[in-house]
Write a protein that binds this ligand. Sequence first.
Ligand code: PRX
Length: 652
Amino acid sequence: MSEPAIEVYENEGRSFPPPADFAAGANTSDQSLYEEADADYEAFWARQARELLSWDTDFGETLEWELPHAKWFLGGELNVSYNCLDRHVEAGRGDKVAFHWEGEPGDKVTLTYAQLLTEVKKFANVLKGMGLNKGDRVAIYMPMILELPIAMLACTRIGVAHSVIFGGFSADAIVDRCDDAQARMIITADAGYRKGAPGLLKPTVDAALDGGASTVESVIVVNRCDTEPSMTQGRDHWWHDVMADASDDCPAEPMDSEQLLYLLYTSGTTAKPKGIMHTTGGYLTQVAFTHKYVFDIKPETDVYWCAADIGWVTGHSYIVYGPLANGVTSVMYEGTPDTPSKDRLWQIVANYGVTQLYTAPTAIRMFMKWGEDLPGGHDLSTLRVLGTVGEPINPEAWMWYHEHIGGGERPIVDTWWQTETGGNMITPLPGVTATKPGSACQAIPGVFAEVVDDAGNIVTEGGGYLTIARPWPSMLRGIWGNEERYRETYWSTYEGRYFAGDGAKLDSDGYLWLLGRVDDVMNVSGHRISTAEVESALVDHPAVAEAAVVGANDDVTGQAIVGYVILLGSHEPSQELGNEIREHVGKKLGKIARPKTVIIVPDLPKTRSGKIMRRLLRDVADGRQLGDTTTLADPGVVAEIAAKAAEGGDED
Ligand code: PRX
């Protein structure tokens, strides 16, 4: 394992207790939930499952734990779309707004719970009509439009597992994911608005289907931008056509608590992404619980907004499943925060009277750069809780968020979790916890986070590796089709413990400080990208002989991808070639994985055992001004690499 990429903020002594008026009205404001969970955590989660969700059949045993396999709420049956929709409508809340949706160009749609339910039932019938059955997998590759949650919920209604593929991914990425999951259908759109213009999706799906994804039988296409994509007769269908006469009679089917709900692919330390498996009862319990208590949700009055993309786990759990299970009104936004103007987010907060905002440190750092006048020009006084997720937040960004968005008083919840954990794991509770800028504070009630040293001994104060000592309801149930990798990645490093892959430090107050990944996974703008994946895309270019990739520090994106490449003998280094290599990665993997910088080097520093010395390459990258371009290794860099390599020592 390598050292975590960032340093802990040693002298952070500031502490912000919950404002008294906030605590007075909060969903929880004392230690009672922690005490209850510590006394009997299975009973605690069983209570949450029964109180927060509606079950068709009550469960018997709460937890069966055969390391590393957990089953929660055994024998229980429930339906996710019923819990997210029908029960609110049945309780007379059908006219409540589920989503205030806003397109990037400014078009708006308001969808009530009753309307959303009708659309979901119709689309579930479309899926059934096209031959999809319980247990099948469907890929979804869509922009942030309402048909995306409709498609997801329709899948859950009939027990089809969705696999949402982020709209920025490439054709190759679609092929890999569809092949691995054996997806029978892709649901997509012609395009989605991105920075003022349609970002095309359907041609990418076509390229994927030309190049593989042979299990896909049909494609359903939403017409979002009128880009007139080519449609393959017999295979491709317009959403509006198949929905036109679909029946809205479609009862929700009770599902076993452990029925596969979805797959979501995430990057690991090898070039092949992992299909993380989430199931029904445990997942919905934890996302509903955390959403309610971490964001202090008051469904009657709140307008909640998670400004993430549903292509990532944050959107699954905190745009779709948590908020709908809790029956709250949400905002959903299609576009980027700088289009048409850099105060777009603040306009939306003010227009809808947003009460909770959930975003990422990389976005906050960008807002800082743009200046406080932009939020300052809008009425943000409705905000009650501010959330952050995806990467460690530096205290400067935390303080800026606190002062300029939170008016110096709103609680900030810095939520640590992962695709694998399904829901929030380590975070303050806004009415309970005194927060410290840069710390995710402590594990939620019912989750047992512990820091261990190299040997697996528990650290009570100081640095080490983050582990989770007991199973939790929304934990991954495995890696699709790869039991060995599941055991190896998460359960083999420390016996009996889930190994998160993050470094962490416990301070003398028992607060956790996350230190970033300790494996070869980069975190760019809160997105996980594997060094191995980018390296394999780099060497896929015909001019590249060998490549090493590191995440360098970046003021805005947290880390930036830097690729060092050695060219094959017949190729001359040039700016053009370097750029071509960068673009090649963008095409292979998607733009988010395109290196910020490609450095062409004559050699790579290696240990005596032949391992690339990444730490050294990171140091070199951190010491340089990185441009958005190719950098040829100047003699200084080469000398530096050579000199440092000569200093020797095997990197662990
Ligand atoms: O390194 C941690 C970082 O993001 C990783 C998980 O990435 P992903 O599965 O894509 O999920 C991101 C959204 C849940 C973690 O291993 N991470 C996430 N949240 C935080 C964080 N690091 C520090 N503080 C956080 N709040």
